[in-house]
Design a protein around this ligand. Structure first.
Ligand code: PMP
Length: 436
């Protein structure tokens, strides 16, 4: 598809310059617009629900830095907290009070997390949780699900192998096959496949890691049967259940997906919102499991900038606001309204669209079928999504530059902002219809 003519001269120029010394012009691949074509917008600043690019164009932002900005950009209380922290120093390499306060608040919201270790990214959190699960069970194999993403550590960059085998294969060059074989990959929402694997391999499974609401193939909620089977099988076979709530933690509710589904995973991974927009990750769980980590136990895990005082202060300010305002029902309603609007507008034009939504996460799938698994997700019409995306971008709405991502609302997306977005969505569906 030929991307539309751009009126983004400064972004184009920055992108060309970026490509000289930054790989693909970016520092994280999806930002390069590879899935939708065209030139990524270089952002000058962000405020509330808006991004403003270097050409001075304003966008209603439905990416929210890929999840963290649940309060919108530059929330005054978060900025104030970071400024106060800033004046005290950037990094100490020694413990500081904000780490303790943030850990206390996380543990209060997610009672399954007795003890917590902060990291600098979600990737580190999941990687370390897996190491801990292996040490805790004396087993090596892990299970993940197709379409789930848990950061880019070797053992988790693994896709389903072909045919009947459940052995994983590397999903990136550079991941040794020998490592990938330790990861079994099963279809999401397939309770029978899970049961089969545990019947054959139960005693070898150290952990099952899952996005309890999948966001990384676009939003795909779990079926109750799938979750209950997962809970039962891990318990029966002594495998640890690891919830990767890097995206869903403090996003779908104050107690995350585990709160919504009333589950108590052995380990939980967090990121995004708990750093309020600064680099952060965390993993935690039951005391007796977590106490196996250094310095108390034999599992090594560390980080020069872990628990960084600026990140902790941004996270703490964000969580304090979420705790007092509890914006989740309002966010869910606003997102439900927007999803309904998009569905109705698509139906009027007879465009096959399914909008998956949980809380303030949603994905507009251009797909004839309801999307309940990776297999159905990948049947989506990505070229139609690209046309939809660019039509929105032109009209000042910034959606994820890929069909297979979650979009997010924030508390800064007021009814007025959403009304403005709705007319852009309506026009973008017209563009999608032409591309179909
Ligand atoms: N787990 C999930 C569910 C994620 O969505 C992500 C990032 N999008 C990660 C882990 C990795 O986090 P990070 O990018 O901070 O390494």
């Amino acid at each position: 598809m030929t991307p539309p003519v751009l009126k983004a001269r400064k972004s184009e120029s920055w992108f060309q310059r970026a490509c000289q010394h930054l790989v693909g012009g970016v520092n994280s691949p999806v930002r390069a617009f590879g899935a939708v074509g065209g030139t990524p917008r270089f952002i000058e600043k962000a405020i509330g629900p808006y991004l403003i690019d270097v050409d001075g164009k304003r966008y209603i932002d439905f990416v929210g830095s890929w999840g963290p900005m649940i309060l919108g950009h530059n929330h005054p209380e978060v900025i104030r907290a970071v400024k106060l922290a800033l004046e005290k120093g950037l990094s100490f390499g020694a413990p500081s009070p904000a780490e303790v306060e943030l850990a206390e608040l996380v543990s209060e919201a997610l009672p399954s997390m007795d003890k917590i270790r902060f990291t600098s990214s979600g990737t580190e959190a999941t990687m370390s949780a897996i190491r801990l699960a292996r040490a805790g069970t004396n087993r090596e194999r892990i299970v993940k699900f197709e379409g789930g993403y848990h950061g880019h550590s070797d053992g988790l960059l693994v896709a389903a192998g072909s045919g009947a085998t459940t052995f994983g294969v590397p999903s990136s060059a550079g991941v040794p096959e020998s490592l990938a074989r330790n990861t079994w990959v099963l279809p999401y929402n397939d309770a029978d496949a899970l049961e089969d694997l545990f019947i054959k391999q139960g005693p070898n499974v150290a952990a099952v890691i899952i996005e309890p609401i999948c966001g990384n193939m676009g939003v795909v909620p779990p079926t109750p049967r799938f979750l209950r089977t997962l809970e039962r099988l891990t318990r029966e076979h002594g495998a640890l259940l690891v919830f990767d709530e890097v995206m869903t933690g403090f996003r779908v509710g104050w107690s995350g997906a585990q709160g919504l589904f009333d589950m108590s995973p052995d380990l939980t991974c967090l990121g995004k919102i708990i750093g309020g927009g600064l680099p952060v990750g965390a993993f935690g769980g039951r005391r007796e499991i977590m106490d196996r980590i250094a310095p108390l136990g034999p599992v090594y895990q560390a980080g020069t900038l872990s628990g960084n005082p600026l990140a902790m202060s941004a996270g703490l300010a964000t969580l304090k606001i979420l705790k007092s305002k509890q914006p989740y029902a309002a966010l869910e309603k606003a997102t439900h309204d927007l999803a309904g609007f998009i569905k109705r507008a698509a139906a009027k034009r007879r465009i096959p669209v399914h909008v998956n939504q949980v809380g303030s996460m949603f994905t507009v799938f251009f797909n004839e079928h309801p999307v309940k698994s990776y297999l159905t997700a990948v049947q989506s019409h990505t070229k139609v999504y690209a046309a939809f995306f660019h039509a929105l971008l032109e009209r000042g709405v910034y959606m994820p530059p890929s069909q297979y991502e979650a979009a997010f609302l924030s508390t800064a997306h007021t009814p007025e902002v959403l009304d403005e977005a709705k007319s852009a969505f309506e026009a973008a569906l017209e563009a999608a219809e032409k591309a179909a």
